[in-house]
Design a protein. Structure first.
Length: 489
């Protein structure tokens, strides 16, 4: 057993659930139980919300200076770094990430980004801005104050547990909000480590509350009138339910949802470089990323050449135990997710697309939720496999004849989360990027990852609001205009 938690973190204390119910945490690579987490009822979550409400209305956190909050939160970042190795092992075990993935984009980089948000971003954010003097019945002037939004319910997904928890916690706590954090039911362990860290650093009681559970727990967070804001990461189907459930109490809703992002590879692109991004977004964390570029749009004259390059790269991918240093791709997060991916692969074949490589389960891996890296060709953008999110190691290749067709295909989606453009001339690539209706676009590979300062979020059904940097912090702030007259004497 790697980690056992049988109590929730509420009001600065570890407390039992109403029922005492717990659930096993399963390693997706071995299907073995590696941990235990408490299962909160709606009543348990209501207790956490009340603690957060009291801490916001009566406690010191929202009334601290930004410097005071920053100092405490930077200490939290220090403690996370001290427990880095433990968090890496937890991440490998509960999410199925490869070791290198856990050390970098799952754990190491998110801690660095947390530090940046609660330090540099918070300390330079304009919490008060003056209004230009104005004329009415007399002369007026004033300020715009930015204040903490209130009690924030943070609901994260299973694929990047620590990253998604921290990308919500950092701006919420930095802004002065109090929080109830609900991690995904199958990846709760890293969240409870954050409770231990909050306890050690002396975060005021009720500022951070952590509950794990299923639908009842989530429903309480989205419907309880004491919650002011809900930040949710997950599928668009569940995102729509979050909006519906939050509507009667007019909560602010921030949603980071699905994607079916296009990677446009122009006729003059350097295929030896572009293929790396195509393959990366198929195999990285077994394709379980909403912003991965899973639709490859390539100029027809380069189609066959690119497909052969992709196949060669995918054939060399080592799939297996994510704890092994030599593993390149691990399992999907659950049996249910594997079943969904396999069903959509079957649909693709029925639709008339061709499996160029993969399509099954890797040989010799009898335990664990594995699927082979898979590539579809002969794909039309109207097919389900070109429109629906696999959330697995599956990519599709679609040819185009010119820039106009490439942009049309890229924008022919209910989603608009990310995108990519490859062309020898960066000015040409940028011109195409400007036309893609999506929230984040990389040109010729971008900068190697998501910018901690660049707003991240979706157009269309990929979500509402933005995360990261100053824009992410602003989501957790209210604006208040205060004006006064200028005395004549």
């Amino acid at each position: 057993m790697l980690k056992e938690y049988r109590q929730l973190f509420i009001d600065g204390k570890w407390v039992p659930t109403e029922s005492g119910r717990t659930a096993p945490v399963i390693n997706p690579a071995t299907e073995e139980v590696i941990g235990t987490a408490p299962m909160a009822s709606g009543a348990d979550v209501a207790r956490a919300i009340q603690a957060a409400r009291t801490a916001f209305d009566e406690g010191p956190w929202p009334r601290m200076s930004v410097g005071e909050r920053s100092a405490i939160l930077l200490r939290m970042a220090d403690l996370m770094e001290q427990r880095l190795d433990e968090l890496v092992e937890l991440n490998i075990a509960e999410s199925g990430s490869t070791r290198i993935g856990a050390q970098t984009f799952q754990v190491g980089i998110p801690i660095e980004h947390f530090r940046d948000t609660v330090g540099r971003v918070l300390l330079t954010f304009p919490m008060q801005t003056p209004l230009t003097p104005f004329l009415g019945n007399g002369i007026g002037q004033g300020v715009v104050d930015r204040e903490p939004f209130g009690v924030a319910a943070l609901i994260s997904a299973y694929n990047f547990p620590l990253l998604l928890n921290l990308v919500k916690l950092a701006p919420a706590l930095a802004a002065g909000c109090t929080v109830v954090l609900k991690p995904a039911p199958n990846t709760p362990l890293e969240a409870f480590v954050l409770g231990e860290i909050a306890d050690e650093v002396g975060l005021p009681p009720g500022v951070l509350n952590i509950v794990s559970g299923d639908l009842d727990a989530g429903l309480e967070l989205t419907t309880n009138p004491m919650v002011d804001l809900v930040s949710f990461t997950g599928s668009d189907a569940v995102g729509r339910k979050v909006i519906e459930q939050s509507a009667p109490t007019m909560k602010k809703v921030v949603l980071e949802l699905g994607g079916k992002s296009a990677n446009i590879i122009c006729e003059d692109a350097d295929l030896s470089r572009a293929v790396k991004t195509v393959v990366r977004d198929i195999i990285l964390h077994a394709g379980q990323g909403c912003a991965f570029l899973t639709r490859t749009l390539v100029h027809r004259s380069r189609h066959d050449e690119l497909v052969e390059l992709i196949k060669a790269e995918l054939a060399a991918v080592t799939v297996g135990d994510p704890a092994s240093p030599g593993t390149v791709m691990g399992p999907l997060g659950s049996a249910a997710q594997r079943a969904k991916v396999e069903e959509l692969i079957r649909v693709g074949v029925e639709e008339g697309a061709t499996v160029a490589i993969g399509g099954g389960r890797p040989a010799g891996l009898d335990k664990g939720f594995y699927v082979e890296p898979t590539l579809f060709v002969d794909v039309d953008n109207s097919m389900r496999i070109a429109q629906e999110e696999f959330f697995g190691p599956v990519g599709v290749v679609i040819p185009f004849d010119d820039d106009e067709e490439a942009v049309q295909i890229a924008n022919d989606s209910i989603y608009g989360l990310a995108g990519g453009v490859w062309a020898r001339d960066p000015v040409h690539a940028y011109a195409i990027a400007r036309r893609i209706r999506t929230g984040y676009v990389t040109v010729n590979g971008g900068g190697g990852g998501l910018s901690p300062h660049g707003p991240f979020g979706g157009y269309k059904q990929s979500g509402l609001g933005r995360e990261r940097g100053a824009a992410g912090l602003d989501e957790f702030l209210q604006t208040k205009t205060v004006v006064w007259g200028v005395s004549a004497g």
